[in-house]
Write a protein that binds this ligand. Sequence first.
Ligand SMILES: C[S@@+](CC[C@H](N)C(=O)[O-])C[C@H]1O[C@@H](n2cnc3c(N)ncnc32)[C@H](O)[C@@H]1O
Length: 197
Amino acid sequence: MSKPFSQACANNQDIICDQLQPILEHKKYVLEVGSGTGQHGVWFARKMPHLSWQLSDRIQNHAGINMWVDEFPSPNLLPPIALDVLQDLWPATVYDAVYSANTAHIMPWEALEAMFSGIGRSLLSGGVFCLYGPMKYMGVLEAQSNVAFDTMLRQQNPFQGIREFGDINHVAARAGLVLMQDNAMPANNRLIVWQKK
Ligand SMILES: C[S@@+](CC[C@H](N)C(=O)[O-])C[C@H]1O[C@@H](n2cnc3c(N)ncnc32)[C@H](O)[C@@H]1O
């Protein structure tokens, strides 16, 4: 098996890191949900050595993530734990930050609800959840590239698709998370930050 590679991660890791740095400046324990290839975690752990960065994903992605961890180890980068948000086997550890990228439009809606509910339980009071990816506002996808992406996702799998911000924010509120920031990012993505009450 060759090491998985995401061009999107390589393209966006610096700009996301710049945005995350002030948000995570005084945080310590970060859980990443749906690490994918592991590229984001590898990069962010290296750039923010004050953090302990816990990778996670469904077990089928661990071999690829471990290839990245083996090639680019950091003392503060923790190898992936098995976390399928639907299986309710969330780590017992409590975190002061959670990060997840490009998961909301891939997971079925009930998994997204389970993800927020688990994050609400896993975060310390005052902890933050940072969600990166494309988002729909008031039913509208402004960028033509996101319209095409959304159509492709829905054709690929009817349960996938770019989510409505208001719906996600409602799920976040049910999990005890309060909206802090909604940042525009390049390539028509957002970095949304909620704080646990
Ligand atoms: C498009 S990939 C994004 C990966 C990476 N975060 C990135 O930005 O490149 C979507 C990720 O969501 C994860 N995912 C989907 N359903 C999940 C579930 N039920 N529990 C945990 N992770 C899930 C997939 O395993 C995959 O890693």
